[in-house]
Design a protein around this ligand. Sequence first.
Ligand SMILES: Cc1cc2nc3c(=O)[nH]c(=O)nc-3n(C[C@H](O)[C@H](O)[C@H](O)COP(=O)(O)OP(=O)(O)OC[C@H]3O[C@@H](n4cnc5c(N)ncnc54)[C@H](O)[C@@H]3O)c2cc1C
Length: 473
Amino acid sequence: MYLEKNLKIRVYTNYFLKKEHFSVKLFCIATYREKTVEKIVIVGGGAAGLELAIKLGRKLGGNKLAEILLLDKERVHFWKPHLHELATGSISLDSHCADYLSLARENNFSFYEAEVNGIDREKKVVHVKPNCDENGRELTPTCEIPYSKLVLAIGSKSNDFGVSGAKEFSLSLDSFKDAVSFQKNLVNSFLRANAMINQGKKLSEEQLKIAIVGGGATGVELASELSNAMHTLAAYGYKAVEKQCELQITLIEAGERILKNLPESISEKVNSILRKRGVKVLENSNVTIVSEKSLSLSSGEIIPAELIVWAAGIKCASFLSSIGLETNELNQINTNTKLQSIGDKNIYTVGDCGCVPWVGGPLPFVPPRAQAASQQAKYLSDQFQRELNGKESQPWRYIDFGSLVSLGRYSTVGSLMAGFSGKAFFLEGVFAKFMYVMLYKMHEYSVRGFFKTLFLNISRGFFSQTKSRIKLH
Ligand SMILES: Cc1cc2nc3c(=O)[nH]c(=O)nc-3n(C[C@H](O)[C@H](O)[C@H](O)COP(=O)(O)OP(=O)(O)OC[C@H]3O[C@@H](n4cnc5c(N)ncnc54)[C@H](O)[C@@H]3O)c2cc1C
């Protein structure tokens, strides 16, 4: 493992004994063995960071031209755009996650499970939080990890814009753990309602109602996936629910229309598809208060809901704005077109946590998307290689291949190829679904290689024949 192989760890234990107080302070200072090779530390193994670590590991790590260390707070990688499918039980975590340690071993980089919570730019070290198990017992101590080049790839999380009660009473889809927990809550709500109906009890107003705040791609995809999943779940074993209840999903958007970053025709099309599937779409509706069993709109309307999902915009970890680098109001680090932070040429960003100028694009900055994350990973791995070979680095330019929104198993809509022609083509149906699926397959291919991706997909195909269409536990 990286730390065993490459780091000497000095542990200082200070005991402060007071009258009734005994506290232990543990400091772990990690120092690299004296070596002249570049030490590239990547923080965050998501869509961008993992692809970068793998590319660098294959190109530089194998030839010992650089030491590549990936840090992530989780042990497994799960591709974020699939979170809504995990949340509804349409896919399972086991068949879609990848072990960081195993990927590291196969691709000549090192992995250390660690949550970074600060950076000392003068000392060129990242600060790592102590890692504890579910019972609070420490697994790994707090420590400092040195770098010569640091790539921040910690992604983003949902932005509650300080709305009262949003943090306490709504769920968000920021990680696979959130999605798994949502899926459990969903199944539990069916179980509870079914039992109550069987006992002749009346359901309360909010039961079996779900409200999704945010009509962007995440909210729309979740609403659509949920409308399928709720009916499938009801049909599986919750007969009483299926016969007697109205399952209700409400999608709430503050702006004039859902999917406001896509052409208006797509918004209208998706709106009508969702309505046909029974999703209540509320546009021009601002959520002012979230409470345990409902949310209030600025119009005064109260929407009862048992499960509330917050999917309205993004922001990045707050520690990014306290490391002395230029950041925007979402805590994204401002970078130049070489993905270098403004103010520190040794710190780079890839993925959602960077605010990168979109040269020649319709927006001033590159949007937070998986395709941008992947393009940045490819660019940066090439640049690091060029730099090692003494070549001048080139600026990065985002190519927008368009946006696709998945509306369940067989349906997808969106616009495609906007980048090539400067014009967006409307796309719908099975071909659009195929293109959407290909985005994930490309990611899998980058991470696992051709044959593993092929075998994995064949095995998923066989395995799906032995399972229910939806996760029921
Ligand atoms: C439900 C949903 C659907 C989406 N659908 C699409 C889509 O269809 N198409 C599209 O282009 N985009 C989509 N997106 C957006 C896309 O997922 C993101 O733009 C993309 O994942 C960004 O990649 P990233 O590497 O920056 O961050 P992430 O993929 O989020 O990865 C961040 C990684 O950093 C780790 N991490 C976070 N904080 C720390 C820390 N302090 N220390 C160590 N590790 C840390 C996390 O564990 C994670 O592994 C969707 C997003 C969501 C939520």
